[in-house]
Ligand binder design. Structure first.
Ligand code: ADP
Ligand code: MG
Length: 481
């Protein structure tokens, strides 16, 4: 089937001279406003280079954008409820645990802190729900996944509308900026951290960011620190790796997590979502210590478990949404964003899913219980993996998902160290909507949508992670179709 195409915000291609000229301006704008990342090949703490971005904001249907924005509080609440439904989480994750060591280790921490008695009943969620448009279905949005841990790029993308306004003016199209929604993700996400800090209610307390050994995506993390410091000069932020937490943090008799003599009010994980971030038992011990403490975790361990692919698949199964969302229009709206999701457990439906995917592998994506990009299988690899795992319990660690076919967009990607002018490419965009939630099992205190991000990749690339170097930062240009 030929892919449909959404109209770009201005006629393309641009002539080479104008294009080179505006790309140079845009790169400088990006560098000077922190649309940047550290260079993986030549790492230095003294330099950042531009993060990949698209030169022009990509078109996105206004109705679908609004739909995703309006749905975010509903999805926040859904995931909050799922994460507090012990029976549902246990049942859903059971088979995957037996074959997936990483999920099992997270799960065991959850069991342990429940057995000991939960010290902090409140959780902070800085969530992001991701969508692709499904082009054979009138470009309606379909959920790719729901991120409950370390959802990134809310900070940098908050600056992109301003960058695109500058670029559009340079190209003589200043009148178009009215079609670009403002993005207050950075401010909104930080407001969640501040609110949780105030609920903790200890004036000497600090906020702890859990970070990787090396942070390439440094701008996106530091902007949160700068924003919080500006809004609340009284709040100190520490950045520590799990290893440093193991060495430096302890629990006092009130179960406060204490670092350098100060209790920690909020722990915000920007690491800890993939196995490589726990190279030894020390990191796991540190995670357990944090989880045992009175600090408000973002995410708490049950939020992280609720964000697994397995839970996403289980929620799409018949009867599951009924458990969490009252009957009526809301439930129908949530169901409408789900695409085909299938368990690969050893039962009749699992068998049928395996058969179906082997017969028509191009229609599917095979996903393990992993975050951070680069883990999924596509096309021929789906078939090969399923043929290999068909009779092995290993297959229960994966879910099968229908492949979403988004419409094409024409555009230019600006990358560090790439030739100028860039060539016109076929691209596809993935929308992310950010949400903040704070609550306990009994009560939700805050729940709101706070902003968005758009990531755009080459149409023939399977995945579009920006930090992985595949995708480019973007911001929607809303179309009234
Ligand atoms: P991760 O947790 O690694 O980010 P995702 O489920 O978000 O895993 O998948 C990574 C990327 O793969 C997505 O950003 C998207 O580009 C692509 N992808 C994932 N699921 C699908 C799908 N069902 N159809 C098409 N592309 C998909
Ligand atoms: Mg993702």
């Amino acid at each position: 089937m030929s892919q449909s195409r959404l109209a770009s915000c201005i006629p393309l291609p641009l002539d080479n001279k104008a294009l080179s000229n505006v790309v140079e301006k845009a790169k400088d704008w990006a560098l000077m406003h922190g649309v940047g990342m550290r260079d993986k090949a030549h790492f230095s703490k003294d330099t950042i280079q531009i993060a990949p971005f698209v030169l022009l904001p990509s078109p996105f249907p206004r109705t679908e954008f609004t739909k995703a924005v309006d749905l975010q509080p509903v999805l926040n609440e859904l995931m909050h409820k799922v994460s507090h439904d012990d029976e549902f989480l246990e049942k859903t994750l059971q088979n995957a645990l037996e074959v997936d060591d990483f999920t099992a280790k997270l799960y065991n921490i959850w069991i342990k802190v429940r057995e000991e008695g939960i010290t902090q009943s409140l959780s902070l969620g800085l969530f992001r729900s991701d969508y692709l448009m499904q082009q054979p279905d009138s470009n309606r949005i379909k959920q790719v996944e729901f991120n409950t841990v370390a959802a990134s790029f809310g900070a940098i993308t908050s600056y992109l509308p301003t960058m695109f306004r500058y670029i559009l003016r340079q190209l003589g199209h200043g009148e178009l900026i009215k079609n670009m929604p403002e993005n207050r993700a950075l401010s909104g996400l930080c407001s969640g951290i501040i609110e949780a800090y105030d609920m903790f209610g200890v004036p000497s307390a600090v906020v702890l960011f859990v970070v990787e050994e090396v942070s390439y995506n440094i701008c996106d993390q530091r902007f949160h620190e700068f924003e919080i410091s500006e809004k609340r000069p009284d709040i100190m932020i520490y950045r520590k790796t799990l290893n440093e937490i193991h060495e430096e943090a302890e629990l006092n008799d009130k179960k406060q997590l204490v670092i350098e003599g100060r209790p920690v009010a909020v722990v915000y994980y920007r690491s800890g979502y993939e196995p490589a971030q726990y190279p030894s038992q020390k990191e796991w011990d540190a995670r357990l210590r944090v989880e045992r403490s009175s600090a408000i975790k973002c995410p708490s361990i049950h939020y992280q478990l609720a964000g697994t692919k397995k839970v996403q698949q289980a929620l799409a199964a018949p009867g599951a949404l009924e458990r969490f969302v009252a009957e009526g229009e809301l439930r129908a709206r949530v169901r409408d964003i789900f695409t085909g999701l299938y368990s690969l457990d050893f039962d009749d439906s699992g068998e049928r899913a395996v058969e179906m995917a082997i017969a028509d592998a191009e229609r599917f994506v095979l996903k393990p219980q992993r975050e951070g990009g680069g883990n999924n299988l596509y096309g021929a690899d789906v078939k090969e993996a399923l043929l290999r795992m068909r009779h092995s319990r290993e297959r229960a660690a994966y879910i099968l998902m229908e492949r979403i076919l988004p419409p094409l967009i024409s555009g230019y990607v600006v990358r560090p160290n790439a030739a100028v002018p860039p060539s016109l490419c076929d691209l596809v965009s993935e929308l992310g909507i950010f949400g903040v939630i704070i609550g306990s099992k009994e009560k939700i205190y805050s729940n709101r949508q706070v902003g968005h991000m758009l990531r755009t990749k080459l149409a023939d690339a399977n995945e579009g992670g920006v930090a992985a170097g595949l995708g480019a930062l973007d911001s929607p240009y809303l179309l009234d179709l």
